[in-house]
Write a protein that binds this ligand. Structure first.
Ligand SMILES: Nc1ncnc2c1ncn2[C@@H]1O[C@H](COP(=O)(O)OP(=O)(O)OP(=O)(O)O)[C@@H](O)[C@H]1O
Length: 326
């Protein structure tokens, strides 16, 4: 891993405990994010993206728990931090925005007060000073008339406005890392683009690293310099966004690329057509033997059914986990 790594995840394992059995919902997941870098995790629903980000924040709850591996942030192991220290790290150095801001906002408090709370709790500001900073924070996420909007309650705002408030809260303390888990999935397409622009511009301006999580490879490739593709709890490919698009190595990545409307159309006209994926992600309790993708894979052979593939290095620091990668 590079000396400049901000976050280093190594062989992360997350277990789902049912009765006296543990199922590896996430296994052998390793990636690192440099300072200021934008890294994307992509894969269909149920691949383990969200629980990976919850593990990084120390927010996993039973029946899920970390079963192995390490999570280093700024060179320090944060996997088993006591809850008070984990709380301090969250919000201060690592912040998170979710798909549905309504669940994270307090419906009973004006949004300005909720932003101001960050400055009081993490920066020791007085309430008066913090309320003033909240107006600036709302302006920075491009909310018009912020001095009026700070008095609004969450239900008075549109979904896009609520997500802007969440971004203002997340970035209030200038975190080193922003985890953004499907931050625009619940929004209209035009609002989605505005929110993504906002995240991109603010993180670039402040030098904040971003871990962006989405099922949408188009979005991830647009936003991120490097991409990790997850399937059934495993990272199956890790490359630069350009390489993922131009020459996907894992058949699952190829399927994700082929399912993008624009590229799918282009590949139908001349270029080699990539196989689209049929079927669904298996539940954690029923991962197949061998390669977990083998039942859905057009390139599957007897070897894939029998033997779980190891990680193979690719050019430029890329990685793939497939017996028949290209
Ligand atoms: N509290 C829970 N109890 C049992 N299983 C869970 C729980 N939370 C998640 N899982 C399982 O863990 C697996 C990974 O879930 P996760 O939410 O991380 O997937 P994801 O790739 O982020 O998909 P989504 O976008 O739908 O959240 C899924 O099979 C899911 O059913």
């Amino acid at each position: 891993m590079t000396g400049d790594a901000l976050l280093e995840v190594e062989n992360l394992r997350i277990d789902l405990t049912i009765g006296d059995r543990k199922y590896p919902a996430v296994q052998d997941v390793s990636f690192s994010i440099a300072r200021g870098e934008t890294f994307g995790l992509v894969g269909e629903s149920g691949c383990g993206k969200s629980i990976t980000s919850l593990a990084l924040m120390g927010l996993l709850k039973a029946p899920l728990g970390i079963g192995g591996g390490s999570i280093r942030f700024n060179g320090r192991e944060i996997r088993d931090l006591p809850s008070a220290e984990a709380r301090k790290l969250r919000g201060d150095r690592i912040a998170m925005i979710f798909q549905e801001p309504m669940t994270a906002l307090n419906p009973l408090l004006p949004v300005g007060r909720q932003i101001a709370e960050m400055f009081v709790l993490h920066r020791g500001a007085s309430w008066k000073e913090a309320e003033r900073q909240a107006v600036d924070a709302l302006a920075s996420v491009r909310v018009s008339a912020p001095e009026r909007r700070v008095k609004d309650y969450p239900h008075q705002l549109s979904g896009g406005m609520r997500q802007r408030v969440m971004i203002a809260i997340a970035l209030a303390c200038g975190p080193d890392l922003l985890l953004a888990d499907e931050p625009t999935t619940a929004l209209d397409v035009t609002v989605q683009a505005e929110i993504l622009d906002l995240i991109r511009d603010l993180s670039a301006a402040k030098g904040t690293a971003v871990l962006m999580i989405s099922h949408d490879l188009g979005l991830i490739a647009n936003m991120c310099s490097r991409v990790g593709v997850m399937y059934a709890g495993r990272l199956v490919e890790q490359r630069s966004a350009d390489e993922i698009f131009q020459a996907p190595s894992h058949p699952y990545t190829g399927g994700l690329v082929a399912s993008l409307p624009l590229l799918g159309a282009r590949s139908a006209h001349g270029q080699q057509r990539l196989a689209e994926i049929t079927g669904v992600v298996p539940p954690v309790t029923a991962f197949p033997d061998g390669c977990r993708f083998n039942p859905r894979c057009h390139a599957s052979t007897e070897l894939c059914v029998r033997q779980d593939p190891e990680v193979t290095p690719l050019a430029n620091g890329g990685l793939v986990r497939c017996h028949h990668h290209v």
